[in-house]
Design a protein around this ligand. Structure first.
Ligand SMILES: [Zn+2]
Ligand SMILES: [Zn+2]
Length: 220
């Protein structure tokens, strides 16, 4: 799955993970690699173009991704993350010529980069907040559509370990549906998600099988 992830040209997967974990540890505070408090354009693309937010020394990687530094495949992929994309591009060029290469690689990568960056910029600036988190994260429907569900970012910051980001029926979350499908096929187990508990009138993290969606209804 991470091999497919490199086709987005978003850098080494381990560095991506470290950036993401630092963002959660210092959200919208000093140390956050991409917060709109340093400027919306900085949070969108500036931190990649002019920052050093994607280069980490060993001690930082060992601290934020200790589970990854022993994994030889991911260490390799982290350095040579661009190789699968080059092979894909050459394959598309051979199979369908320039149109396939332009749409399948250049347009796709550019579009996807901006969609991903919008999660760092737009969803920390524009949208509604369901949870009173200590950061500026927001639920933004149009970023959610562009990113298959990641735009429900206030939900994500409130419950970062929940696989489900869109909590209400109208919060469309294709990523969650994909995870559910993998769960039904037996490829994913012990999925964590947030569920509304009527008795305590609060959202709680639960692990395991999904029994009913009724508990999501009628709550805001
Ligand atoms: Zn965030
Ligand atoms: Zn996150």
């Amino acid at each position: 799955m991470n091999l497919c992830g490199t086709l987005t040209l978003e850098g080494g997967p381990i560095y991506c993970l470290v950036t993401h974990r630092i963002h959660h540890a210092h959200t919208d505070a000093p140390g956050d690699p991409h917060t709109p408090r340093d400027g919306g354009w900085w949070a969108h693309v500036g931190w990649i173009l002019w920052g050093t937010g994607q280069q980490y020394d060993r001690s930082v990687v060992a601290r934020y991704a200790p589970d990854m530094v022993k994994d030889r495949f991911h260490l390799w992929l982290n350095q040579l993350y661009w190789v699968p994309l080059v092979f894909l591009g050459l394959g598309l060029l051979a199979f369908g010529g320039w149109p396939y290469l332009m749409w399948g690689t250049f347009f796709r990568v550019t579009f996807n980069l901006h969609a991903t960056w919008l999660v760092n910029s737009a969803t920390h600036m524009w949208g509604r907040r369901r949870f009173a988190t200590r950061d500026d994260s927001r639920n933004n429907w149009w970023v959610a559509l562009l990113t298959f569900g990641e735009g429900w970012h206030n939900n994500h910051h409130a419950h970062p370990t929940s696989a489900r980001h869109g909590l209400k029926w109208y919060e469309i979350d294709f990523n969650w549906w994909g995870i559910r499908l993998m769960q039904l096929m037996g490829l994913a187990r012990r999925i964590k998600r947030v569920r509304f508990n009527r008795a305590s009138t609060a959202w709680h993290l639960v692990t395991g099988r999904v029994k009913s969606h009724r508990s999501y209804e009628g709550i805001n």
